[in-house]
Write a protein of this length. Structure first.
Length: 343
C-alpha cells in the first residue's frame, strides 16, 4: 500500500476540523435561536401586569401574590372576579403569603438584610402597614376573619428537639381591635374525647375563622397524625373534631369545611385530595380535582373553591365546584395565595 503523503494527511485533518467547527457553530446558533424563541414565547405567554393602587374594600376583586416574571414578581396583584384572566394591577407590596377580608390584610414577607428574617404585616384597606410582628420561621399559611378583626399566620420553624426530620410550626392569632396577640396556639388547652391532651409534639397550622370572631378551626399534628380542631379564643381551648383533616377552610355560611385529606401513606406521591366536610352531618365529599393539592383552599363564594397547583412559574390558581361535581379549571396563571376583597 502506497503511504499517504504527510501533506495530504494534514489537508484531510484541516478539512475535518473545519467541518466539526462549522457543525459546532451551527449547533450553538440553533440552540441560541431556540432559546430566544422560548424566551419570546415566555414573554408573550406571561399575563399583562401594570402598576397601580389596590383597595382591600373594593368589591368583586381577586387578589393574590403575582408570580409572573418581571419587576412586579412577588408583589400583590388584583384582577376582576368575573374576568380573572384580564391584565392584573400590582402594587409595590411584596408578600410570600397573603390573605384579606373586610378591609384588613395580612402579609407574610421576608425582611432581607444581613441576617434574613420574616415578618407578619397587618395592612389596612389602602395597603398601609398598621402593625408588624417578627415571626420565627418561613411563612406557610395566612388568614383573616370574615369581619376583618382577627388575623392568623403559620410559619415553619426549626430547632425543636422532638421534630427530628419532620417539620414543626408556630401559629399565632392577633386581634386588631383589642391588640391582643396569641403568639402560639401551643399555649391553648387541647381536648380530645373530652379529656386534656398533652404532648411535646403538638403542632398547629391552617387557621380558618367563623363569623363570631371567637370560634376558629385549625389542624393539629401530633404523633404522626392530623386532626381538625375547633378553637375558642375566649376559653383558649382547642377541641379535636375529626381525624385526617389538614388546612381547613370554613365556608361563608359556616356549615362546611374544605380541607386536604391524606389518601396515601405518608411519603407517597400525590398524597392529598380536596374534600368538603359537612359539619352537621359529618359527611365528606371528594371534589373533582384529582391532583394532589398542598394548599389551604379559598371559598370564592358558597359554591366554588380556589387553590394553587404547581405551574411553570411557581404556581397557578385553579377552581373547582364544592359539591363534588364538574371539573377543575385553571383561572389565574402565575399566582398563589388568593383572597376575595370587598366590604
Amino acid at each position: 500500500m502506497t503511504p499517504v503523503p504527510a501533506r495530504h494527511r494534514l489537508l484531510v485533518l484541516l478539512a475535518a476540523t473545519a467541518l466539526l467547527l462549522t457543525g459546532a457553530v451551527l449547533a450553538v446558533s440553533r440552540a441560541a435561536d431556540r432559546a430566544a424563541e422560548r424566551e419570546r414565547g415566555d414573554r408573550t405567554s406571561q399575563p399583562a401586569v401594570k402598576e397601580g393602587k389596590l383597595d382591600l374594600r373594593r368589591p368583586g376583586r381577586l387578589m393574590f401574590r403575582n408570580l409572573a416574571w418581571g419587576p412586579q414578581r412577588d408583589h400583590l396583584a388584583s384582577v376582576p372576579l368575573t374576568t380573572p384572566g384580564a391584565a392584573r394591577t400590582a402594587a409595590p407590596r411584596d408578600c410570600l403569603r397573603f390573605h384579606a377580608a373586610a378591609g384588613t390584610g395580612i402579609c407574610l414577607r421576608s425582611t432581607g438584610g444581613v441576617v434574613p428574617g420574616h415578618e407578619a404585616v397587618v395592612l389596612d384597606s389602602r395597603m398601609k402597614p398598621v402593625r408588624r410582628f417578627t415571626v420565627p420561621g418561613i411563612p406557610t399559611r395566612a388568614r383573616v376573619s370574615p369581619s376583618g378583626r382577627l388575623v392568623a399566620w403559620t410559619v415553619f420553624v426549626s430547632g425543636d428537639s422532638y421534630a427530628g426530620g419532620a417539620f414543626s410550626t408556630r401559629t399565632a392569632i392577633y386581634d386588631t381591635r383589642t391588640h391582643t396577640l396569641h403568639d402560639s396556639l401551643e399555649d391553648f388547652t387541647v381536648l380530645v374525647d373530652g379529656h386534656r391532651h398533652q404532648a411535646v409534639d403538638h403542632n398547629f397550622w391552617g387557621v380558618t375563622f367563623a363569623a363570631d370572631d371567637t370560634t376558629f378551626y385549625a389542624t393539629l399534628g401530633t404523633q404522626g397524625r392530623t386532626s381538625l380542631v375547633r378553637g375558642n379564643l375566649t376559653r383558649r381551648t382547642l377541641t379535636a373534631v375529626r381525624e385526617n383533616v389538614e388546612c381547613p377552610s370554613l365556608s361563608p355560611d359556616g356549615t362546611r369545611i374544605a380541607f386536604k385529606k391524606r389518601v396515601k401513606p405518608k411519603g407517597a406521591d400525590a398524597p392529598w385530595r380536596l374534600y368538603v366536610l359537612d359539619l352537621r352531618s359529618g359527611r365528606e365529599t371528594p371534589l373533582a380535582e384529582r391532583a394532589s393539592v398542598d394548599d389551604q383552599a379559598l371559598w370564592r363564594d358558597g359554591n366554588t373553591l380556589v387553590y394553587a397547583l404547581p405551574g411553570d412559574y411557581g404556581a397557578d390558581l385553579w377552581e373547582v365546584p364544592a359539591n363534588g361535581k364538574g371539573h377543575p379549571r385553571k383561572v389565574v396563571a402565575s399566582a398563589v395565595s388568593p383572597a376575595v376583597t370587598g366590604p
